[in-house]
Design a protein around this ligand. Structure first.
Ligand code: ATP
Ligand code: MG
Length: 387
């Protein structure tokens, strides 16, 4: 079996929260190792122990663990019986792979089993001496190049030299549900990813201009939703909603606040679905000043359409930072594929400071309450993204 010791962040991990956090993280790690012939994931002292059968290559395991939120770092480990000579052999074998006369190192032993006959410091000293003898590497206790970690428990001991960075954040599922307004653009998939990072589960909502539900189901929006959710193997509903009734109503209206009115209409619709699904907040990919609809005055007016909190994880990000994040997450390629977003049709000379009276005039003219009921009744298609 391939063995990993998974360390999670300690912050805010008190009492019952901690048990809940660890249980969710264990479940999430199991989910990403679903296709191994055998995978044992269990809480183990102050960390999580992962054992995976050899059919799943180490690179794949490491790539997947590296994306699980809630992991601070993880270490591929050698498991041996808790017996001094065996531990020493394992430590030497691991050290020989990475320690040379040109690198400094130290041995860092912790004893989970205080009955173990050798004190931690004596293990450090004795095994350290053997590594020096074998490799010629000097010991350096402060900031060595390599730390040979040894953890000794009653029934086994673990030795590791590599620590791989985790994705940080909180385990998906510990923070509650949010409804993400998901467009075909670059920003909102990144916003969705960031909410997952803080432990939220997602519902997704997309307004489209396609002629029917079948075409919406075949669109890139579904691929993008999968790309965001797949690393976490998280099932989620995606609401594909036709903007046709709204667009028809707006066709004869002459105004510069159309984008703000549409964004407010999205908020009204989202609020209703969020209440049904017990989602506690809405999420957008907005960033101050990025486009005309995202000036502070317009963001203010859009926010007034709902009493739910609107979370905007990208609010302070530059476009170049968002693009870099999208490339890292793997949604960028989908985002730049051509797609006719409903927002694109309101683009002519939009107002950067929408006038409240004008917004109210337009909303009365198109009869938003009736449009909302029609849309919710006849134009919502729910697709489950599943793995
Ligand atoms: P994005 O790349 O996320 O589309 P953008 O820079 O194109 O962002 P806007 O088009 O102004 O910005 O949209 C701002 C936010 O409004 C989006 O991030 C998204 O959360 C929401 N939104 C925009 N269009 C839609 C849509 N068609 N369906 C659902 N939500 C949308
Ligand atoms: Mg957009």
């Amino acid at each position: 079996m391939q063995v990993y010791i998974v360390h999670f962040g300690e912050l805010g991990l008190k009492g019952r929260n901690r048990i809940f956090f660890v249980r969710q993280l264990v479940e999430n790690i199991r989910a990403v190792l679903h296709d191994a012939e055998e995978a044992n994931v269990s809480p183990f002292y102050s960390h999580i122990l992962v054992k995976v059968s050899p059919d799943l290559p180490a690179e794949i395991i490491e790539a997947r663990l590296g994306q699980v939120f809630g992991i601070a770092y993880f270490a591929p480990a050698m498991m041996t019986p808790a017996e001094f000579e065996t531990i020493s052999q394992a430590a030497l074998q691991l050290a020989e792979g990475v320690v040379t006369s040109a690198t400094t190192f130290k041995v860092d032993t912790t004893r989970g089993d205080k009955q173990f006959p050798v004190y931690s410091q004596d293990v450090d000293r004795e095994i350290g001496a053997r590594i020096v003898e074998r490799t010629g590497a000097p010991v350096k206790l402060k900031d060595p190049d390599v730390t040979v970690s040894i953890q000794i428990y009653e029934d086994a001991s673990y030795c590791f030299v590599r620590r791989l960075p985790g994705a940080g954040g909180l385990p998906v599922g510990v923070s509650g549900r949010v409804l993400t307004l998901f467009s075909g653009g670059i920003d909102s998939p990144v916003a969705a990813h960031m909410m997952l990072k803080r432990g939220c589960t997602l519902d997704l909502l997309h307004f489209h201009l396609l002629p029917n539900a079948e075409l919406a189901r075949a669109s890139k929006i579904v691929d993008m939703a999968r790309a965001v959710l797949a690393p976490h193997r998280l099932a989620a509903p995606l609401y594909l909603i036709s903007a046709a009734p709204f667009e028809t109503a707006m066709a004869s209206v002459n105004t510069r606040v159309a984008t703000v009115v549409f964004r407010r209409f999205i908020m009204h619709t989202a609020e209703r679905l969020a209440l049904q699904r017990k989602a506690l907040a809405l999420v957008t990919g907005e960033s101050i000043g990025q486009v005309a609809s995202q000036t502070l005055p317009n963001i203010n007016m859009i926010s007034q359409a709902t009493t739910l909190p609107i979370l905007r994880p990208l609010i302070s990000y530059d476009k170049s930072e968002i693009v870099a994040a999208a490339q890292r997450i793997g949604t960028y390629e989908f985002s730049i594929q051509p797609y006719k977003d409903p927002c694109s049709i309101h683009a002519r000379n939009p107002s950067t400071w929408a006038n409240l009276d004008e917004v109210m005039r337009v909303e009365t003219e198109i009869d938003v309450p009736t449009l909302l009921e029609t849309t919710l009744r006849d134009y919502v298609d729910e697709v489950w993204i599943n793995f």
